[in-house]
Design a protein around this ligand. Structure first.
Ligand code: XIL
Length: 368
């Protein structure tokens, strides 16, 4: 029997085998569901060239991922390894991939204390000379990518665990002025990009670091500096993760201050070895993030920090932890994949601000 077009659409919507994350995220009212990626043959990717073909087929599929971020290629260490010497080779790899596979590009990160070029840390700065170096860096990098970045992480991880400012070279020399400077220069250079503050550990409403992020954003706004978004990195733990209500409360808190929030580097690490129970906790955590993003009006999207376990940064940095992404080494999917598919489907029509869809569904369902 040949299926009629509407029936085909309904079948596609219901079948987990065909439903893919970005398509479902869009149906649920998000702008994107994405995955960050790195340059082939570099860092975590280096030992696995035999997996690239299968990996690329998933990454490039626009129904699966409608957005990407370079995990490394636009960081200071790679784009300005020596003063005034710029190299965009690695950043271009991901920017071109985004363009060729119809994905939004989140650009990452202009000012960050980590993966900083050594010369920035060893130079004896005055406030004037460091202001010059930051300005030059942002003008060159954001200028080079102007018009291609949906969003820029303008400042990354400016807070310590206790919510006070991290004592980076930027803070030591310029105090909080460096934050204002970075956002001002970025706004001047790429006025169409959404300008984000991005950090980890700012996902729970009651944490001191979340309070610090709120203070930081408020400080910028009070100074008349434009900031459009807060990125919650969301490097989470399977065995101790925030509830959906907590994620919603935090996101709404930021959403009251800025236009957008996003989950920018999502992964959910497991204390190895993984087993069914831990994968179930992990699935629940991924589902909670999906729920929070759909239910919060300001939340535009979710980015996985890569999607394939062998390419994850987690095992290298957190000893004994891993399996944090959604595709196992053999390219089978974690339970979290179908979990997210089910959650997106359940929540289609529920995004605040998408009132039309909700009304249409209630009328069709005959309920108020
Ligand atoms: C990580 C990369 O994934 C690794 O390849 C690299 O070795 C270290 O940095 N917060 C961030 C990201 O903002 O840039 C970090 O990415 C992970 C933590």
């Amino acid at each position: 029997m040949k299926l009629s077009a509407p029936l085909l659409t309904a079948t596609a919507l219901l079948s987990p085998a065909t439903a893919q994350l970005h398509d479902l995220a869009k149906q649920a009212g998000l702008l994107y569901f994405g995955a960050a990626t790195d340059t082939p043959h570099q860092r975590e990717r280096a030992p696995y060239p035999e997996s690239y073909a299968q990996y690329d087929a998933i990454l490039n599929d626009p129904s699966e991922f409608g957005q990407t971020t370079p995990t490394n290629g636009q960081k200071w260490l790679f784009v300005e390894p020596q003063s005034r010497l710029f190299n965009f080779t690695e950043g271009d790899y991901v920017a071109d991939l985004a363009q060729n596979t119809n994905k939004l590009l989140r650009c990452h990160a202009l000012v960050w204390h980590s993966q900083l070029a050594p010369w920035v840390e060893t130079t004896e700065w005055t406030p004037e000379t460091l202001t010059g170096a930051i300005t030059r860096h942002i003008r060159a990098v954001a200028g080079y990518y102007r018009g291609r970045c949906y969003a820029w992480d303008v400042v990354n991880e400016a807070l310590d665990e206790d919510g006070t400012y991290r004592k980076s070279v930027f803070y030591e020399v310029l105090g909080e002025e460096y934050l204002k400077l970075a956002f001002r220069v970025a706004a001047e250079v790429d006025p169409d990009a959404k300008l984000y503050y991005n950090d980890y550990g700012i996902e729970r409403p009651d944490s001191v670091k979340t309070a610090g992020a709120v203070r930081l954003v408020t400080m910028l706004k009070d100074a008349g500096v434009r900031i459009d978004g807060v990125g919650m990195q969301a490097h989470l733990h399977a065995d101790n993760h925030p509830t959906a209500e907590e994620l919603i409360a935090t996101s709404e808190g930021y959403g009251a201050l800025v236009d957008e929030v996003a989950f920018t580097e999502l992964d959910v690490r497991i204390k190895m070895p993984a087993n069914e129970t831990k994968l179930e906790w992990q699935k629940e955590c991924y589902q909670k993030v999906v729920t929070a993003c759909v239910k919060v009006k300001a939340c535009v999207g979710i980015t996985l920090w890569d999607f394939y376990d062998p390419f994850s940064w987690v095992p290298d940095v957190f000893e004994g932890q891993g399996a944090s992404l959604v595709w196992f080494e053999d390219f089978s999917k974690h339970p979290a994949y179908d979990g997210m598919v089910q959650t997106f489907k359940k929540l289609i029509g529920d995004k605040p601000g998408n009132g039309c869809k909700r009304r249409r569904r209630s009328v069709a369902g005959g309920k108020a």
